[in-house]
Design a protein around this ligand. Structure first.
Ligand SMILES: [Zn+2]
Length: 209
């Protein structure tokens, strides 16, 4: 076994000023919101990255098929969305490897990125992810924020954070995401008008310096 002290998580990417950003979605797939979000992404020709929960993927494989068919990428957000620091090393490994298998079986593509639920992690969790072939990726700014009451406020906060190489997090499951669905077109439109291109995490990391 490799004695590795795995790399810290990725929060943003140094693209050398190229105006690339990644839009990522956690906690789906969800029968109500994932489809609405896919429709928005399709309308604006945006490719995104979905960090799915394995048990949701198992319940709604057709949504993973839609994500892949529309050119998006599917990545690993555990099987049951637990607080990983409360789990044993074996449980952490199982959370990652079960969902790895679910994604491979459904999409015929190996996932590359892991995102721990609620940003809860420690070095041991990063090491288990790395041991299973994953780079841990977090985010620069989150669309959903307690201080924002309306989709317009949510959007403005994310628009004000625009910068090459950032990773934007939004959610397509778990709670009522109707405000997220309404905020997305405002965000996407503003970024595109400012000359940004939305790329998948694969592409953003490949553009890294
Ligand atoms: Zn989550």
């Amino acid at each position: 076994m490799a004695a590795q002290n795995s790399a810290p998580p990725v929060y943003k990417v140094d693209t050398g000023g190229r105006k690339l950003v990644a839009l990522t979605f956690d906690d789906g797939p969800d029968p109500l919101y994932t489809k609405q979000i896919l429709d928005v992404l399709s309308k604006y020709h945006v490719k995104a990255t979905f960090f799915v929960i394995g048990r949701n993927a198992r319940l709604h494989p057709e949504l993973l098929f839609s994500e892949i068919a529309q050119g998006h990428k599917v990545e690993n957000h555990t099987t049951t969305h637990p607080d990983l620091p409360q789990c044993s090393r074996e449980e952490v490994a199982r959370e990652i490897t079960e969902t790895d298998k679910i994604i491979r079986d459904l999409t015929h593509r190996p996932p590359h990125y892991f995102r721990p639920p609620k940003k809860l992690f420690n070095q041991a969790i990063l090491d288990v992810a790395a041991h299973n072939g994953y780079k841990t990726v977090l985010w620069s700014v989150c669309v959903e924020n307690r201080s924002c009451k309306t989709p317009e406020e949510m959007a403005l906060r994310v628009i004000n954070r625009a910068e090459p190489g950032i990773i934007i997090l939004a959610h397509d499951g778990n709670l009522d995401r109707s405000k997220t669905v309404a905020a997305l077109p405002i965000i996407i439109n503003a970024y595109q008008e400012a000359g940004y291109t939305f790329v998948t995490l694969d592409e953003l990391l490949a553009a890294g310096q």
